[in-house]
Design a protein around this ligand. Structure first.
Ligand code: UTP
Length: 478
């Protein structure tokens, strides 16, 4: 049987024959592209996925929830069930891993950034408050600073997607890799999943012979790391720990010795999958929280937390489910390989209801829905916690590490992120003895930016030539 005939009968069994309906009108190259695309889909599990996730919505919020245990290094943090441990001990362990070259940086940058609405990969977005450095440059500067400090070349792995891979590569080349050696950076695209009509379960077509596809979620990183050869590449270079972070948080520490130290601390972690959290700012904050779900550590999306659970407090009045997920993880290379090879069904798929333009596959007519009409499926990286023997969670300060840029305006926008960056760097300057203007609400009343190449923490400012005072409303960068 030819490849095309084999695909025809597989699609018939999945009730997706319409995908080949236009094949005769396609060029030979486009026919091949379509066949390859269809062969990349999880065709065997498709009928069950459609039945369980597209045509029916899984009932959320029926799990037995308990607060997650967290490790904190500052007594005032103490959120929920915590264990206070010595940060210095962790730092020493983490620094030893960095000095031995056992850690790589890993940025997930394959998302579509629809909420931000930026015309280009999110990592190219100008994010810093004074010089408007793009997110990728800010991370590159952290890597350069880390190399200076720990005396090792730090490898940087970046997951892109089909839609932004070439633009991302071009951006790095145009900017001479921001001072890094091109050979220390490895980029690879993640997998894609089709969009399904939510009433019929049929895969939507963008145009004849081209299914509507989108990236398969940050949980696609495990498979992408393996399929691209990145895990082999890491193992060949003695890298044991992957420092995972998202592209949209300019304050994300690319390599955090304390975090790495916790990952390597057998008393607290199995050294497979370690996470960071910040205390939720309010019960209504839209972040997922770490929790035991039916006895297994994981993340509950804010949409799946009931109002009563979101507001419930412990005996000291603190939120019970306060451990907000900020999407920073240390993943061991062994564990990443294990998750990636565990099979298609290991990490669950999550459904998102979306408005997706497409063509009517019978008439070819363009369809621009005014209401949500489609289901997209994604995997989430934090679901791997459920596979790790003993995942650990570290509490960190929001003000130091979390200023995400998700939206065009308002909460978690470039504007709010820039204020948080100025607040942090203003605080560092104050600690260094500089007089810094503050508004009545306590926020810094100036735009302040400190490059990681100048300082990675307040104490690094010792000996740096600084002004004695910053005037209200001015911009200051160093
Ligand atoms: P988000 O969940 O914020 O999604 O991604 P997004 O695609 O960037 O933005 P919206 O929802 O369309 O507005 C969080 C992080 O995970 C990465 C993103 O690039 C970002 O760093 N991500 C997300 C991927 O790498 N791949 C995906 O399939 C989804």
């Amino acid at each position: 049987m030819s490849r095309l005939d084999a695909m025809r009968s597989t699609l018939e069994a999945c009730r997706q024959s319409h995908l080949l309906q236009h094949i005769d009108g396609l060029s030979e190259i486009d026919q091949e592209v379509l066949l390859k695309r269809l062969e990349s889909l999880p065709l065997e599990s498709l009928p069950a996925m459609i039945e369980q996730l597209v045509l029916a919505a899984p009932v959320a919020g029926d799990g037995d929830l308990h607060p997650a245990p967290c490790v904190c290094i500052k007594p005032e943090q103490a959120c929920g069930s915590v264990d206070l441990i010595d940060a210095e001990d962790l730092r020493v362990r983490g620094e030893a891993m960095l000095e031995a070259g056992r850690v790589a940086a890993f940025t997930v940058a394959g998302g579509q950034g629809t909420r931000l609405g930026w015309n280009g990969p999110k990592g190219t977005f100008p994010a810093s408050p004074v010089s408007g450095k793009p997110l990728f440059r800010l991370f590159a500067e952290q890597i350069l600073a880390a190399e200076r400090r720990w005396g090792r070349t730090i490898r940087w792995y970046i997951m892109t997607s089909e839609s932004n891979d070439s633009q991302t590569r071009a951006f790095f080349l145009d900017n001479r890799c921001f001072g890094l050696d091109r050979r220390q950076i490895m980029m690879f695209p993640q997998g894609m999943m089709p969009a399904f009509d939510m009433k019929t379960g049929k895969i939507l077509l963008e145009r004849p012979g081209v299914p509507v596809m989108s990236p398969d979620g940050h949980g696609g990183s495990f498979h992408a790391l393996l399929a691209s050869g990145a895990i082999d590449h890491m193992e060949g270079r003695g890298i044991e720990a992957i420092s995972y972070f998202q592209v949209d948080n300019p304050l994300s520490p690319v390599l955090d010795p304390i975090f790495l130290g916790l990952h390597a601390d057998k008393a607290h972690s199995s050294g497979e999958f370690t996470s960071k959290m910040v205390s939720k700012a309010s019960p209504d904050e839209k972040v997922g929280v770490f929790a035991f779900i039916n006895g297994c550590l994981g993340v509950v999306e804010y949409t799946d937390l009931s109002e009563a659970e979101a507001r419930s407090t412990d005996e000291s009045g603190r939120l019970r489910f306060a451990a907000g997920n900020i999407a920073m993880h240390i993943i061991s290379t062994d564990f990443a390989r294990r998750v990636a090879t565990a099979g298609q069904d290991d990490l669950p798929w999550h459904r998102a209801v979306k408005k997706v333009s497409h063509i009517d596959h019978r008439t070819g007519e363009p369809m621009m829905p005014s209401e949500p009409n489609a289901i997209k499926l994604e995997r989430f990286v934090f679901d791997a916690m459920g596979i790790a023997a003993k995942p650990a969670i570290l509490e960190v300060d929001r003000a130091e590490q979390f200023a995400p840029i998700k939206n065009a305006t308002g909460i978690d926008s470039a504007e709010s992120s820039k204020q948080m960056q100025s607040d942090l760097y203003g605080d560092w300057l104050e600690q260094a003895g500089v007089q810094v203007p503050r508004r009545g609400d306590g926020h810094i009343d100036a735009a302040i930016e400190i490059s990681p190449l100048t300082a990675m923490s307040a104490s690094d400012l010792e000996g740096v030539d600084l002004p004695s005072k910053i005037a209200k409303g001015v911009s200051f960068a160093c």
